[in-house]
Design a protein around this ligand. Structure first.
Ligand code: SF4
Ligand code: SF4
Length: 288
């Protein structure tokens, strides 16, 4: 029927208005129950999940508690336990970032050799689209999404291009913003570390077993081999020298009466003679 959609829309608006009135009537004066006091009349208000109406808040003094999965601009994690940046400058986040707003400069040691840490890390917040791809792909849990959305500035450049110092936050800050995800990650990291430790131990045990087997085999081999005395070795060397001498003499003297050697010599003589003959003929032909 004509106008039904319009009436439905007005009905939804009316429902929200009545719910809001009802919620406010029920919540006042304790509508701030459970809110987080920041001091100086500032507080973060958590709207109950079962609340149907719209809770009016006095922004910016009052702010709504953001859900854990809220994401704005990425932040880099400083591992307070290990006292180091988690980022290894692998560059994966920069590669996967759809609008290409991450710029990484890898650090190097005193010899100019690249090392696994950044000397600088920039994100252009004016271009970032908060897709969280960088977070999804980072293999070291080094980049996470920040909740801080109050980034308004007068000039886009350079104020919205954040460097490493501006992006870095301690692990505890991330743990407070993303408690559930942080707990899951910690459990996973512990499990992975445990697995790695076990694998390393297994590898070391296998290597030790291999080395022991090798040295045992070498010991067996040397034990099985009969050892010769110095006199025996001397006699053996003398015998070999005599054999070599006899072979040399046979090679020198044995060929004079040999038919094969004679035939070879005769053939060489014949070839020499033919060559001389050909040279003489060429000389005659040329008229010399
Ligand atoms: S933030 Fe992660 S993905 Fe990006 S460079 Fe650092 S370690 Fe690699
Ligand atoms: S959130 Fe998306 S757009 Fe922003 S830096 Fe990460 S990958 Fe790039």
């Amino acid at each position: 029927m004509f106008g039904t959609g319009l009436l439905k829309g007005l009905g939804v608006t009316l429902k929200h208005a009545l719910d809001t009135f009802e919620d406010d009537r029920e919540s006042v004066p304790d509508r701030y129950r459970g809110s987080i006091e920041l001091g100086n009349n500032r507080r973060v208000i958590k709207q109950p999940i079962d609340q149907e109406g719209l809770l009016t808040i006095q922004y910016p003094e009052e702010k709504r508690l953001l859900p854990e999965r809220f994401r704005y601009i990425p932040m880099l994690i400083w591992d307070s336990e290990k006292q180091e940046d988690r980022c290894t400058a692998c560059g994966i986040c920069a590669k996967v970032c759809p609008p290409q707003c991450i710029w990484i400069v890898r650090d190097s040691d005193e010899n100019g050799k690249p090392v696994t840490r950044c000397s600088d890390f920039y994100i252009d917040a004016a271009v970032c689209m908060s897709c969280s791809f960088c977070v999804e792909f980072c293999p070291f849990d080094a980049i996470k999404m920040n909740h801080d959305y109050e980034l308004a500035v007068y000039d886009r450049y350079p104020h919205l291009v954040y460097d490493m110092a501006e992006l870095t936050v301690p692990l505890e800050y991330y743990a407070a913003l993303w408690p559930t995800q942080y707990e899951e990650e910690q459990a996973r990291r512990k499990e992975e570390e445990e697995q790695k430790r076990k694998q390393d131990e297994e590898k070391a045990a296998k290597a030790a077993a291999r080395a022991a087997a090798k040295s045992a085999a070498a010991a067996d081999e040397s034990a099985a081999k009969p050892k010769r005395s110095a006199a025996e070795l001397q006699a053996l060397a003398k015998e070999r020298a005599a054999q070599r001498q006899a072979q040399g003499q046979a090679a020198d003297g044995g060929g004079s009466g040999d038919d094969e050697a004679d035939a070879k010599r005769a053939r060489m003589e014949e070839l020499k003679r033919r060559a001389q003959e050909r040279a003489r003929q060429r000389k005659e032909q040329s008229g010399e």
